[in-house]
Ligand binder design. Structure first.
Ligand SMILES: *Cc1c(COP(=O)(O)O)cnc(C)c1O
Length: 448
């Protein structure tokens, strides 16, 4: 790749890139992408990169998918946008109804925004305001899990426990309480992930027992904590957490921004909790946040689904009791149309079932290639997320691996020493092999 490409120079001069120390681009070249095609990204030199992390976890059905492009084009010719206060339009109604149906009508009220962090903020504000409307104004605090990530705006940082995102802004943030995460890797000998889930739930119980009068909600990333490094845990924790929240009058917010939309093997990760025959199974969260994959990775869209009980607590004559929150692009018709096309793909291609074969193959290939490598530990998988940790003292492992993977035609971007795979749901066997082979070669190259 040509480092002197004018586009790169102009990008570095005029674009402040996200989550980036810009100075590192003195040595690490930007990659100019000019085209996307299914799971592939094509750069300015015609090099093809397999998008092994779905472009930061958003792209579900490949780039430039004709089955999303076509309805989006039609929507563009019909209605591009209208404000959603006092107005409505077919795509937002249809999308809200279909999402409600996917929760079995347990969470039948959809509130829209444009990015994940805003969905978190909406859920936090709604929870606290709902308690206040019900005569519990003292419930203004939140609880989140160690290592949790719920976005990076000032409100969302309150429930985000990732030091690198939070520390510089600590003076601005009113931190939530943090309870232990049932990270399956932390099991002591003789303990299994279920024991660990129970141990973490007792810590949650102690926290709620002491402070439930002040706590509005517990917020969790169900089954997998993404930004913490694909930390996986047993659904038993969520069952117990749901029961504890019921007992102590605390809302449960499921942040499914990363794990929703089929990523963990069911449309909502929570279905793996609720489907259980366990006595508390069947209980859903009070709020579900969705973003990332919901628009197929096409347009910024997020939403918070909530229950009748929450909705009813705002329904009154007084506007002070209403949820007076808005964003200019709330319910944007183009974004909603992309989401409807995404839901159509799930239905028409029976994607949840088809992905079982895909994720089984991903698991098999990864176990063959990495299962017995001495530097690899905690190889783990939940649906279409697979991850392992690399034992190395190298400080720059992540960057070295990323660069080496590019040389082998794959886009993978480890979080610290955790290498993870989160491919779009259109990868075929040859592409999965390319992905795993590329990762194996990158691991060799990074560790020399
Ligand atoms: C990405 C993410 C967010 C934040 O979404 P943005 O659109 O980046 O603001 C929140 N929660 C989880 C679990 C996420 O993975």
């Amino acid at each position: 790749m040509s480092v002197h490409s004018p586009l790169l120079t102009r990008s570095l001069a005029a674009v402040w890139h996200p989550c980036t120390q810009m100075k590192q681009h003195e040595t690490l070249p930007l990659i100019p992408i000019v085209r996307g095609e299914g799971p592939w990204l094509i750069d300015a030199d015609g090099r093809r990169l397999l998008d092994g992390i779905s472009s930061w976890w958003v792209n579900l059905f490949g780039h430039c998918n004709p089955r999303i492009n076509e309805p989006l084009r039609a929507q563009l010719e019909t209605l591009e946008h209208v404000m959603l206060a006092g107005f409505t339009h077919p795509p937002v109604v249809e999308l809200s109804e279909r999402l409600a149906a996917l929760t079995g009508h347990r969470l039948g009220h959809a509130f829209y925004a444009s990015d994940g962090a805003s969905a978190t903020e909406i859920a936090l504000k709604m929870s606290m305001h709902s308690w206040r409307n019900r005569g519990r104004p003292g419930k203004t605090r939140f609880v989140s899990l160690a290592g949790s990530y719920h976005g990076e705006t000032v409100g969302a940082l309150a429930v985000t426990d990732v030091a690198i995102f939070r520390d510089a802004y600590a003076p601005l943030v009113r931190m939530a309480s943090t309870v232990p995460c049932p990270d399956a890797r932390l099991a002591s000998s003789g303990e299994d992930p279920v024991d660990l889930a129970r141990r973490a739930a007792s810590a949650l119980e102690a926290c709620l027992a002491e402070s439930h009068d002040e706590i509005a909600a517990l917020i969790v990333e169900p089954l997998v904590q993404g930004a913490a490094g694909m930390v996986m845990y047993d659904p038993e924790y969520l069952r117990l957490a749901r029961a504890l929240c019921n007992r102590y009058d605390v809302h449960l917010i499921a942040d499914e921004i990363a794990v929703g939309c089929g990523r963990t093997g069911s449309f909502f990760a929570w279905e793996q909790v609720a489907d259980s025959t366990h006595e508390t199974g069947g209980d859903w969260p009070d709020f579900i946040c969705l973003s990332k994959g919901i628009s197929g990775g096409y347009l910024p869209l997020s939403l918070v689904l909530s229950t009748d009980a929450v909705y009813d607590s705002f329904y009154a004559d007084s506007s002070a009791r209403a949820f007076l929150h808005s964003h200019s692009y709330t319910g944007n018709p183009l974004a909603c149309r992309a989401a409807l096309a995404t839901l159509d793909l799930f239905e028409q291609d029976d994607v949840i079932v088809a992905n079982r074969t895909r994720s089984a193959l991903l698991g098999k290939l990864a176990h063959e290639r990495f299962g017995s490598r001495p530097e690899v530990e905690h190889l783990r998988q939940r649906g279409m997320i697979l991850a392992f940790d690399v034992k190395t003292a190298m400080k720059d492992f992540s960057t070295r691996f990323f660069r080496a993977a590019l040389d082998h035609g794959v886009l993978l971007r480890p979080i610290g020493n955790t290498v993870y795979f989160m491919p779009p749901y259109v990868v075929e066997e040859t592409e999965l092999r390319h992905l795993i082979n590329g990762a194996a070669a990158a691991l060799d190259a990074a560790l020399v």
